[in-house]
Design a protein around this ligand. Structure first.
Ligand SMILES: Cc1cc2nc3c(=O)[nH]c(=O)nc-3n(C[C@H](O)[C@H](O)[C@H](O)COP(=O)(O)OP(=O)(O)OC[C@H]3O[C@@H](n4cnc5c(N)ncnc54)[C@H](O)[C@@H]3O)c2cc1C
Length: 492
């Protein structure tokens, strides 16, 4: 096995997968106007593994396979720091605007071989998938959320729509049901399906839903129903420089009597393991690490956009505008600091991998939605209506009459009109276009609903004794005094 390059990756997507967009099946995602450029953006990541950045991006794993640094478990802070550089380098190739590049799911897959025993009778499946993942650099998406069709019902009461086992055969299990929202799935090699960590799977009732498995994208029982493609609607790179190449379509996955071979199953009708693997694998520790590094790159772009935007408007000298830019820079430093701490002050999983501390991962997870909301607010406030002082399309600039008007009336404080329009169209695509709006929803929700990400922090603090230690500190403080005055210490 060897790591895919761009051509091998694109070839791996031509497998008869059933992807539906705009009322039609997509014959070839690598050529279809809704996916073509996003596929090429991912393909470029694979080529980079073999290019001049090879040593930054890859290393030899414990099995002697060359792989992406984040695809293999870390054994020291130095390993995590090296992974941080690899993640950052890939993120810079998409300006932080692709959330689910193949390194995202490495947060789970990297520890699959050393943690294989967790999966009991399916441990060899874990080892085999790990080897394939690291050896080829497979691109996996994940689908763990049940669609919000009736949140008031228990999972087992939604058998008609939630993923469950229909029956088992000698070859494997037949599964039916749907999952949301498998980001990037149309461009991946396989999807990882599991209940979300907080899923309540009732004993004696929900065993059929207690499944964890890999589904290959060419499974005849799997269909992908896509949201609109922003790439397909992007009229030109000049008008939509991000939508037109980084749109990782989110899909609803529908399984109908899909045969999942036994060798692709990790957990079968086991309620404990079906959700317990999250904590055991260190997934939350690691995906937040990857996401934080990616977001930090995205903020670098946003800092540049705000700085150039206010200069184009001639507002860069105003005090409030400078304060906004300073705050944005501070947010990016915060992410850098958090991900540095996550690398340099790690903890060990039970299986022996070094992963960022869960407390740091949890802090970052809570901050991400707030940070992105604030970034958008800062740009919207500082730039006012300027992102919409634009023309309808690049084509307007090719029309001599409109061009003459643009050249007169669209000049920036220090920018020629064409450059000004180019800049503000990029700003709009990052914040206000349909692609930009989807990014706002993505950064708010990809890691769980707003309550859950905070509840998890509380539950983890309870479980690990941090909450108890905080309460003890209060008791100690109150023990310093009573009704008579000071009980001890330097105040007595
Ligand atoms: C752009 C985008 C990309 C995504 N990509 C992926 C992906 O690749 N893979 C994947 O698996 N998922 C993905 N998701 C799904 C994402 O994980 C969920 O949106 C997220 O976990 C929140 O779940 P939800 O949307 O179902 O909201 P809900 O969990 O339904 O929450 C909505 C609101 O209802 C409240 N609520 C819901 N249930 C309860 C309850 N039982 N008790 C009290 N309050 C409740 C919540 O507190 C919240 O305020 C993506 C989402 C988006 C928006």
């Amino acid at each position: 096995m060897s790591l895919m390059n761009a051509a091998a990756y694109l070839d791996s997507l031509r497998d008869g997968r059933q992807v539906y967009l705009d009322g039609e099946p997509v014959a070839d995602v690598t050529e279809h106007k809704g996916f073509r450029n996003a596929a090429r953006s991912i393909a470029a990541l694979y080529d980079a593994l073999h290019g001049e950045a090879r040593d930054t991006l890859t290393c030899d794993d414990a099995f002697g396979q060359r792989t992406h640094r984040f695809f293999t478990p870390a054994h020291s802070a130095a390993d995590l720091l090296a992974s941080r550089e690899a993640i950052r380098l890939w993120s810079r190739m998409t300006y932080g605007f692709m959330g689910r590049t193949p390194d995202y799911k490495a947060a789970f897959m990297s520890g699959l071989a050393i943690g294989a025993d967790y999966y009991g009778e399916f441990a060899d499946n874990a080892r085999r998938w790990h080897r394939a993942f690291t050896g080829q650099g497979l691109f996996l998406n994940h689908a763990i959320i049940n669609p919000p069709l009736d949140r008031s019902k228990a999972i087992h009461e939604m058998r008609d729509v939630f993923v469950h086992v229909v029956r088992e055969t000698d070859a494997g299990i037949l599964v039916s049901g749907s999952k949301m929202l498998a980001t990037g799935s149309a461009l991946t090699n396989a999807t990882f399906v599991a209940p979300v960590a907080s899923a309540l799977l009732e004993e004696g009732k929900a065993e059929d839903f207690a499944l964890v498995f890999f589904a290959r994208m060419d499974n005849p029982g799997l269909r992908l129903l896509c949201r609109p493609s922003y790439e397909a609607r992007a009229s030109s790179p000049f008008d939509y420089p991000l939508s037109s190449r980084f749109d990782e379509n989110d899909s609803v996955l529908v399984f109908e009597n899909a045969l999942i071979p036994w060798e692709d199953v990790l957990v079968y009708r086991d309620r404990e393991r079906a959700t317990g693997f999250y904590a055991a694998s260190g997934f939350a520790n690691l995906y937040n690490f990857q996401s934080g590094i990616r977001l930090s790159v995205k903020l670098e772009l946003m800092i540049g956009l705000l700085s150039l935007g206010v200069r184009a408007n001639g507002t860069q000298g105003f005090r409030g505008i400078q304060a906004a830019l300073g705050e944005l820079i501070g947010l990016q430093h915060l992410l850098q600091a958090l991900t540095a701490a996550m690398a340099c002050d790690p903890e060990r999983t039970a299986a022996g991998a070094w992963v960022p501390k869960l407390e740091y991962a949890s802090a970052l997870r809570i901050q991400v939605p707030q940070i992105w909301k604030r970034v958008r607010e800062l740009l919207e406030t500082a730039l006012g209506g300027s992102p919409l002082v634009t023309v309808s399309a690049a084509a307007d600039l090719l029309d001599p009459q409109v061009r003459a008007l643009v050249d007169t009336y669209y000049r920036g404080a220090k920018l020629p009109p064409e450059q000004r329009l180019k800049l503000f169209k990029l700003i709009w695509d990052a914040t206000g276009s349909e692609f930009g709006a989807r990014h706002a929803v993505y950064e708010s929700h990809y890691s769980g609903n707003a309550d859950q990400i905070r509840l998890d922090a509380l539950n983890w603090a309870r479980r690990r004794g941090h909450l108890g230690a905080c309460e003890d500190l209060v008791q100690r403080c109150m023990a310093d005094y009573d009704l008579e005055g000071w009980t001890g210490g330097p105040w007595r």
